[in-house]
Design a binder for this molecule. Structure first.
Ligand code: GLC
Ligand code: CA
Length: 565
């Protein structure tokens, strides 16, 4: 009997000691939330964040030097757009070596140091994994094109033309022209959904899959906390090369519109995502997806049927609500909530006109920038910020074709002006080039850097930056915002977007005036468990306030309050 008792006791002891450890290593909280569900992510376009050696191009040492800034802002993870060796045709999205750093950005030693310094500041590193294609300068492709029997021939998609001068089918490159390019060495065409310098990998080849999975392992060992997977929609193509249906009209590059049913979102992509996820799980890492879904079912699929694909597929449908429309935002949030996965909110990135311009009305842009920050940073889900958004950085679009750097802006001018405007240098202070570099940067800063920069805005309590800081600080400390459910309030209101975030009997109310006139709203929170509620302000714009449960909001005003019983 005593022997058995000691056996049980020791088993219990072992269990008791190992449980917290296991829980810790998986970073799960009481709600079962993982680290990435509490984290705030921030996208950095490395060419444009901070230039440590004054050559006009940002670099890893530059990023490392700004870790304290990122930490103080409330950022927990940075997604760095591709910083690997690259001919820079697509500014890094044409990778010529997946396991190195481009010399213009630094070295692997600089990378390791960035990881270490990040760790000290509680900032994790997420890399951008360009899974669909390599650069035409990658050694795999150089070998692949050298002969029809080369070891890497089948790592890319090669086909005969239909006839002399005729590509294998009617698929169009999203960057213009046919998606097929004839290579004279072997007289076959290779497939490229993006630029011709970005040949598509053949994911049907197990050797490709293995090499790519190994690449993620290699980076996890180096301290990476996850990947943003580039262009996952286009991983697979119909092997029969069926023509896509042609639609009426032409696109911005002058090509016929087509319905890309045979070269996008093929079901095979989910097998690959599951495999990438299995590897990610070994390192408690997160996979973020560049997922251009057109409906909620497609988004649902990217989470995987058993939460076994992407933890964080980005919801770009949210960004298609390109105006301050409470009804449309409500609809979109309700849809994402219904998908069952953890929502991911983004309002801008390096491919999209900055939110400052998209939502701004030209007169109240700063107020609107604060409102948008207060909005998506208080929703249930993980936000991904875009560098400079916290300052109200604006697009600085090229005025002349000869100034354009992004190739699609040159081939598509003036219908498509390219993406330079949203990729300009981070605005640090009022020095020349906004303190980004002593040399003229690769893209020019807009004149508004004089007022919209970190140094100036830090001193102004009413700046966009300080609104972001306040909201992020609240988000990190308030359980209702971290863990709570989302309930839309006053759903008939076309001007004020409002909602409750509730957790364990406590709640935060967020009221956002999306109109240009003052608004007064009353909330009845009895159905939400607060029969005689009143509001205790947590964050408010200067002219917004509450009396009982009546909230007064200035034009584009913000009022965030604790609901008290
Ligand atoms: C993704 C990137 C974009 C790039 C493209 C091709 O859409 O976000 O910047 O041009 O993939 O890699
Ligand atoms: Ca540099």
């Amino acid at each position: 009997m005593p022997k058995r008792f000691f056996q049980i006791l020791s088993t219990l002891l072992v269990l008791a000691c190992s449980l917290p450890l296991a829980a810790q290593s998986k970073s799960v909280d009481a709600e079962g939330h993982k680290w990435w569900q509490h984290a705030v992510f921030y996208e950095i376009y490395p060419r444009s964040f901070a230039d440590s050696n004054n050559d006009g191009i940002g670099d890893l040492k530059g990023i490392t030097s700004k870790m304290a800034y990122l930490h103080d802002l409330g950022v927990n993870a940075i997604w760095i757009s591709p910083c690997f060796p690259s001919p820079q045709v697509d500014f890094g999205y044409d990778v010529s070596d997946y396991e190195n750093i481009d010399p213009m950005y630094g070295t692997l030693a600089d990378f390791d140091r960035m990881v270490d310094v990040g760790k000290k500041h509680g900032v994790r590193i997420i890399l951008d994994f360009v899974v669909n294609h390599t650069s035409d300068q990658h050694r795999w492709f150089i070998d692949s094109k050298s002969s029809r029997t080369a070891p890497h021939r089948d790592w890319f998609v090669w086909r005969d033309g239909k006839g002399p001068g005729q590509p294998p089918n009617n698929w169009i490159s999203t960057f213009g022209g046919s998606a097929w390019k004839l290579d004279p060495t072997t007289n076959q065409y290779y497939y490229h959904y993006f630029y011709a310098e970005q040949p598509d990998l053949n994911w049907r080849n197990p050797a490709v899959e293995k090499a790519m999975l190994d690449t993620t392992r290699w980076w996890y060992k180096r301290g990476v906390s996850g990947f943003r997977l580039d262009a996952v929609d286009t991983l697979f193509e119909d092997p029969n090369l069926t023509d896509n249906p042609v639609l009426p009209g032409i696109n911005k590059q002058g090509d016929p519109n087509t319905d890309e049913i045979h070269n996008k979102k093929l079901p095979e992509v989910h097998n690959v995502l599951k495999k990438l996820r299995t590897v990610a799980d070994e390192s408690d890492a997160v996979l973020i997806g560049e997922t251009w879904t057109s409906n909620i079912d497609e988004l649902k699929e990217y989470y995987g049927s058993h939460d076994n694909e992407l933890q964080m597929p980005m919801d770009f449908m949210f960004t298609t609500v390109d105006k301050l429309s409470p009804p449309e935002f409500r609809r979109q949030i309700a849809q994402v909530d219904s998908a069952g996965g953890w929502p991911v909110f983004v309002i801008s990135n390096h491919d999209k006109v900055r939110s400052y311009n998209r939502y701004g009305d030209g007169k109240n842009n700063d107020a609107i920038a604060k409102l948008m920050g207060a909005f998506y940073l208080t929703l249930r889900g993980t936000p991904i910020m875009y560098y400079g958004e916290e300052l109200g950085m604006e697009n600085n679009d090229p005025k002349r074709k000869e100034d354009v750097k992004d190739p699609i802006g040159r081939t598509g001018w003036p219908n498509e002006i390219g993406r330079d405007g949203e990729r300009t240098p981070m605005q640090w202070n009022t020095d020349t080039n906004a303190g980004f570099s002593k040399k003229d940067p690769w893209l020019p800063v807009p004149p508004s850097y004089k007022t919209h920069n970190v140094a100036t805005e830090s001193k102004d309590p009413n700046s966009v930056l300080n609104m972001y800081k306040k909201v992020l600080a609240l988000r990190h400390t308030n359980e209702a915002l971290l863990e709570g459910s989302y309930t839309a309030l006053n759903e008939g209101d076309a001007n004020v977007m409002s909602y409750l975030r509730s957790y364990k009997g406590r709640a935060v109310l967020v009221a956002l005036n999306m109109s240009s006139s003052p608004q007064k709203v009353t909330f009845n929170l009895a159905d939400n468990g607060f029969a005689s509620a009143s509001l205790k302000g947590l964050i408010a714009t200067p002219q917004s306030s509450a009396k009982g449960t009546e909230v007064m909001l200035e034009p584009f005003g913000v009022y965030i309050a604790e609901v008290t019983k």
